[in-house]
Design a protein around this ligand. Sequence first.
Ligand SMILES: Cc1cc2nc3c(=O)[nH]c(=O)nc-3n(C[C@H](O)[C@H](O)[C@H](O)COP(=O)(O)OP(=O)(O)OC[C@H]3O[C@@H](n4cnc5c(N)ncnc54)[C@H](O)[C@@H]3O)c2cc1C
Length: 558
Amino acid sequence: MAEALRYQADVAVVGGGLAGLVAACEAAARGKRVLLLDQEGEQNLGGQAFWSLGGLFMVDTPEQRRMRIRDSEALALSDWLGSAGFDGPQDHWPRRVAEAYVAFAAGGMRDWLAGIGMRWFPVVGWAERGGAQAQGHGNSVPRFHVTWGTGPGVLAPFERMARDHAAAGRLRFAFRHRVTAITRAGGRIAGLAGEVLEPTSVARGQKSSRVVVGAFEVEAGAVIVTSGGIGGNFDRVRAAWPVERLGPPPARMVAGVPAHVDGDMIDVAATAGAGLINTGRMWHYCEGIRNWDPIWPEHGIRILPGPSSLWFDALGQRMEPPFLPGFDTLGTLRRILSTGHAHSWFILTQGIIKKEFALSGSEQNPDLSSGRWAEVLKARLGSGGKAPAPVEAFKDKGADFTVAATLEELVAGMNRIGATMGDPPLDAGQLRVQIEARDAQLANPFAKDAQINAIREARHYLGDKLIRTAKPHAILDPAQGPLIGVRLSVLTRKTLGGIHTDLEGAVLDGAGERIEGLFAAGECAGFGGGGYHGYNALEGTFLGGCLFSGRAAGRAAG
Ligand SMILES: Cc1cc2nc3c(=O)[nH]c(=O)nc-3n(C[C@H](O)[C@H](O)[C@H](O)COP(=O)(O)OP(=O)(O)OC[C@H]3O[C@@H](n4cnc5c(N)ncnc54)[C@H](O)[C@@H]3O)c2cc1C
C-alpha cells in the first residue's frame, strides 16, 4: 500500500453532515484552516439532513403568531423538561445545553437562519402532543417549523458557505476518508488517522463500498467529531436497547437512516478518552413502513400521522390513550412491545389518508422540497379524493398496505401481509366490535372516546383543520371508503445519548474533565451535552440541535 496521505489543519472536522458543515463554517469564518473529512463520497455531503423533512423546533415565531399560537420560552422550557425527565448527575451538561437551546430557539435562532436565506412553511406543525399531564411529555403548542425546501433547504446555506470557504482556501474537503483513530500527543489531541476508501459512484444515500485503498494522517490543532448516531446499525441499536424501560428490542426493524449512520466513530472517540453517557436513550418510531423504492438497506419511511387512524396492537386490541397517533412516541413503542410483538396496525379510510398521512423525508414531499407554492397547492388541495402522489404510491405498491371495501376483506388482506411476517392472525369480529363502538360515539357530543375528543381538539387549531385532520367520520361509513390497513414496524432513527460534552462542545472524559483540543457536536453527542433531549424529544430538535451544537463547537474550536 502507498505511503499514508498527510494533511495539516488548524481544525479537523469528522463528518460532513449538518453539524459538521455548521462547525466547519464557523471555524473557517474565524480564519482557521479547516479540513472536513467524510467516509462517503462528495455526493453524500450533508448526511442525513438532506433526507429530512427540515422541521425545526422554534419558539414564539412570527409563523406561530400568524397561526394564533401563543408560545413562550418559559412554556417551551417547561415542555422540554417535562419530556426530558433528566434524572442523574450525568445530565448536568445535557440540561444546561437544553436550557441554552430553548433560549436560542426563542431568541436569535430564527433571525440567524432567516439571515442566511431560510424560510418556513406558514402552517406550523403540532408534533408529539404528549397527551398525559401538563407537566409531562409533549408540546403544549405547535412548534414544528417545516423549512421551505425541506432538508435540502436547511443544508443549502451551509453547503454554499462551505464551498465559498473552500474556494477561498480556508476549507478543504477529504471525501472517502474514514477516520479510525484520534491521535494524542503530550496530553492533548494531535490529529487523526484513518483509511482512504475506494472512489464510489453510488447515488446519495446508497450504501457505499468499504474497500480500503490507502491510509491518511492528519495533524490538527483541534478535532471536532460530528459523525452522526447509530440508527443504521441494528446490532448497535439492539445492544444499546433499554430493555428495562421499553421491553425487548424488536427482532425486526426498518432503517430510517442510511447505512453510514453506523456509530463506529463514537467508539473511536471513546478509545481516545471521550466519556459516553446516556447511551440507552434513543428515539425510534412506531409508524415505519417498508419502502417500496428503497435507497438504503432495510429502508423504512415514517408515517407522520394525523390523529384519526385507529391504532391496534399486534393482537388486535385498540390502543388506549395516550397511545394515539402523534402523541407519545416512546410510550407507544413500550405499549406495542408489551404484546411480545414489534408491529402494530393502522385501520383508516380514504377520507383519512388523503388529509392526514404525511411521509417523513424530503424525497417523499416533492412539493415542499420544491419550495414552490404552486406545487404545494396542487399536491395538497388539487388531488380530488386522492392523497398526495407519494402516499398513493405507497398505498398501491407498499408491501405493508392493503385496501378493501369491507372490514372482513380488509382483515383478510392484513392477515395475508401478516402471514409473510409470521404475525398472529387478526380476528375481524374482534376488530368490528371495537370500531363500531368507536363509530357510535361520533354522534355523541359528550363522547368519552379519547381519540374522538383528540380529533375535535385538533380541529380547533386552524393549521390542523386546514391540512392535517379529516372531518370526524365513521370508519365503517362506505362513503368514506375504501378501508385501508397498514402494517407498522419499528423504524430506527435518532440516537439521544452519546459523547459527553459541555456547552461549548468540548469533549469530557470519563471523569468529566475536558480533553484539550477535542470537540463533538450533532447526533454523535446526543445533539449536545451527551443527550440534551433527556429521554424524550419534542421533534424538530435534531436539526435544531445540530445547528446549535455545531455552531458552539465550531466557535470554541475556532
Ligand atoms: C428521513 C429523515 C427525516 C428527518 N426529519 C427531521 C426533521 O424534520 N427534523 C429534525 O430535527 N430532524 C430530522 N431528522 C434527523 C436529522 O436529520 C439528523 O439527526 C441530523 O441530520 C444528524 O446530523 P449529523 O450531522 O449529526 O449526522 P449525519 O447527518 O449522520 O452526518 C454524519 C456524517 O459523518 C460521516 N462519518 C461517520 N463516521 C465517520 C468516520 N469514521 N469517518 C469519516 N466520516 C464519518 C457520515 O458518513 C456522515 O456523512 C430526520 C432524519 C431522517 C433520516
